[in-house]
Design a protein. Structure first.
Length: 175
């Protein structure tokens, strides 16, 4: 005689090989290269969006910004001089004391000087932006999963220096 037997109340345990990781892994890098001046976090630290994680030595970018400011002042002075020269030559032309070609040359010089001012303004804007790139800020709330830099180390632009884990639900991959 054969009977079916059922086990009830028992627990089954199954084991699977797989990998668990945070819902989001973010590779962080500086937009510019330089020497690491400060690392404000270590592995496992939790951070909030906007927290400073690391900073490059800002001396070179500050000098570039000061140079761009000086260049802008010089270009503005040249533009004022060119505008005054144009007005003087325009008055001479109207009284028939100079040629049309000299008037055209003065106008071209004024336009060139104005373009140089706009270019210097953009260079200053870029230098200011580059100075902000010396700080690496957390883009989201999370935890430092990997740190591959230390102080006084030289890093390249785009080189991954920190990995930030975030997301409320972990991802599990099972083969």
């Amino acid at each position: 005689r054969f009977e079916q037997i059922f086990i009830s109340g028992g627990k089954r345990t199954r084991t699977f090989s797989g990998v668990a990781q945070a819902g989001q892994q973010i590779d962080l890098s500086f937009k510019i290269g330089g020497t690491v001046e400060r690392v404000a976090v270590k592995m496992g630290d939790t951070v909030k969006a906007g927290d400073m994680l690391a900073q490059l030595d800002p001396k070179d970018t500050i000098l570039e910004m000061e140079e761009a400011e000086a260049s802008l002042l010089r270009q503005k002075a040249d533009a004022r001089n060119a505008a005054a020269n144009y007005q003087r030559i325009e008055a001479l032309y109207e009284s028939n004391n100079t040629s049309l070609s000299e008037l055209d040359a003065a106008r071209a010089q004024t336009e060139t000087a104005q373009a140089a001012v706009r270019s210097a303004e953009k260079a200053l804007e870029l230098a200011k932006r580059k100075a902000r790139y010396t700080q690496l800020l957390a883009p989201v709330n999370g935890a430092v999963a990997q740190k591959s830099i230390s102080e006084n180390e030289n890093v390249q632009a785009g080189q991954v220096v920190l990995v930030l884990s975030s997301g409320s639900l972990p991802e599990v991959q099972v083969s």
